[in-house]
Ligand binder design. Structure first.
Ligand code: G3I
Length: 375
C-alpha cells in the first residue's frame, strides 16, 4: 500500500502547485522563442487520433499503481493512447525473485489492462544491465549465462506470445565512455558472454515470438556535440553489423530523454535517423520526455520551453518515413521518473510531460498535437 500512499501524497503535494492551465497561454509565455505555436492546439482530439493521421501509434509508459489507484490518470491514458509500455513490470528486478522462479503478477496485470482496454503493448525489456535482481551477480557466470538468458527470454516472451506488438530485446548496450573499440557497455552480459550476447538475445526472441517486432533501444543520440556524435556512430556501427550478420532485428528504439536547457538543434539527429532507416530498420520513439530541472522556476516559461523542445524535436522526427510510433515516458508530471531521479534544486515539482499534476493538457500537449498536424 506504500505505493498507494505515494500516489495520494503526490496528489496532495501538487495541489499546491497545480496551475489550472487552459489552452490559452498567458502573454508572458509567448515571449519565449517559438512558444506562440503552443498557445492552442489546432486539433484538440486525443493524441492517438492526431498520431493516426500520420499513420503513427502514440503511447506512453505506465506502472500499475497509478493506473490502479488514480482513475483520472487511467481515464486520460485510455483516451489519449493507443499503446502502453510497462515502465517497470517486465524488468528482471520485478520478474525474477529467485534464480529459479518468475513473478508475473504485475506484468500480467499490465497486459490484462492493455488487452481489456484495446491498447497495444510494447514490452520493456528482455536484456538490460540495470534493475537486475540481487542474486544475478553471484549466481550467473560464464558457464551458465547463456542458459540463464535463453531461459528468461523463452519464459517471459513465451508467456506473452502473440499478445505484444513489440519488445525492447536489448536496452542500452552502447557506452563509448567505457573505452572499448566496439563501444559496447561493460555490462554483466558482456563480461560473462562477450559481444555475442546481443545477437543471441535477438535470435532467442525471434525463436520465441516470431511475430513480435524486435527492437534495439538506446539513448543519447539527439543533440549536437562530440558525446552524442560518438554514440550515434557507435549505435549505427552496431546496427550495421547486426543487419550484415542477418540478426533478426526490426527497429531502433530511440529513447529521447531530452532537456529544455539544451539548444534544440537536432539536424545531425535527423541524418542519423535516415542512416538507420537506410539499413532497412523501422524507427520507434520509445521514452520521450523533456527535463526542465535546469530552467528558471517560472512555470509559464518552463512549460513554454519544454513545449518548444518537443516541437523542434518532432519537426525532425516526423520527416522520417520509417517512423512507426511515438511513446512518451509518462503522461502526467505527477508520475514522471524525473520526480525521483532528477528533481529541481528549488524543490518545485518538475514539469516534463504533456499533462500537469491535475491531468490538464499543457503547452507540450499543444506542441505535439500541432507538430503531428503539421500546423
Ligand atoms: O515500486 C517500488 C516501491 O514499492 C518502493 O517503495 C520504492 C523504494 O524506493 O521503489 C519503487 O520502485 C522504484 C520504481 O522505479 C518504481 O517507482 C525503483 O526503486 C526505481 O529504481 C525505479 O526507477 C525506474 C528506473 O528506470 C530505474 O533505472 C523508473 O521508474 C523508470 O522510469 C526508469 O526507466 C528507464 C527505462 O527503463 C530505460 N531507459 C531509461 C529510463 C529512465 O531511467
Amino acid at each position: 500500500m506504500a505505493s498507494r500512499r505515494k500516489v495520494l501524497k503526490a496528489g496532495c503535494r501538487t495541489a499546491a502547485y497545480g496551475m489550472p492551465l487552459l489552452f490559452g497561454l498567458p502573454a508572458a509565455c509567448r515571449a519565449v522563442a517559438g512558444c506562440e505555436t503552443m498557445s492552442t492546439a489546432v486539433d484538440a482530439r486525443p493524441m492517438k487520433d492526431q498520431a493516426e493521421k500520420r499513420g503513427l501509434l502514440f503511447g506512453t509508459a505506465a506502472d500499475r499503481d497509478p493506473l490502479e489507484y488514480d482513475p483520472r490518470y487511467a481515464q486520460t491514458l485510455l483516451a489519449e493512447c493507443a499503446m502502453v509500455t510497462p515502465e517497470n513490470s517486465m524488468k528482471w528486478e520485478r520478474l525474477r525473485p529467485t534464480p529459479d522462479s518468475f513473478d508475473f503478477a504485475n506484468a500480467d496485470w499490465m497486459v490484462d489492462f492493455a488487452e481489456t482496454n484495446g491498447l497495444l503493448i510494447h514490452g520493456h525489456t528482455l536484456v538490460w544491465h540495470l534493475q537486475m535482481p540481487g542474486w544475478f551477480d553471484s549466481h550467473v557466470d560464464a558457464s551458465n549465462v547463456e542458459a540463464v538468458m535463453s531461459r528468461h527470454i523463452g519464459t517471459v516472451a513465451g508467456r506473452y506470445v502473440g499478445r505484444l506488438r513489440s519488445w525492447d530485446v536489448v536496452n542500452e548496450a552502447i557506452n563509448p565512455d567505457d573505452g572499448r573499440g566496439d563501444a559496447l557497455r561493460l555490462s554483466p552480459w558482456l563480461e560473462r558472454l562477450g559481444p555475442g550476447y546481443i545477437d543471441l538475445a535477438f535470435h532467442k526472441a525471434a525463436e520465441t515470438d516470431p511475430k513480435a517486432i524486435r527492437v534495439y533501444n538506446d539513448f543519447g543520440v539527439e543533440y549536437e556535440g562530440r558525446w552524442y556524435e560518438d554514440r550515434r556512430r557507435s549505435i549505427l556501427d552496431l546496427l550495421t553489423g547486426m543487419v550484415a550478420r542477418g540478426v533478426p532485428i526490426d527497429a531502433l528504439g530511440i529513447q529521447s530523454h531530452l532537456s529544455a536547457d539544451l539548444a534544440p538543434d537536432f539536424r545531425r539527429f535527423g541524418s542519423f535517423l535516415s542512416d538507420v532507416a537506410d539499413l532497412g530498420l523501422d524507427l520507434m520513439i520509445t521514452e520521450l520526455d523533456v527535463r526542465d530541472h535546469k530552467l528558471p522556476a517560472d512555470v509559464i516559461e518552463r512549460d513554454c520551453r519544454v513545449a518548444a523542445t518537443y516541437r523542434a524535436y518532432l519537426d525532425v522526427v516526423l520527416d522520417q518515413p520509417r517512423l512507426r510510433s511515438i511513446t512518451v515516458w509518462g503522461l502526467s508530471d505527477r508520475y514522471s521518473w524525473l520526480v525521483e531521479f532528477e528533481p529541481r534544486d528549488d524543490g518545485n515539482p518538475v514539469r516534463p510531460l504533456l499533462f500537469d499534476h491535475e491531468m490538464k493538457r499543457k503547452p507540450a500537449w499543444n506542441a505535439i498535437a500541432n507538430a503531428l498536424g503539421n500546423q
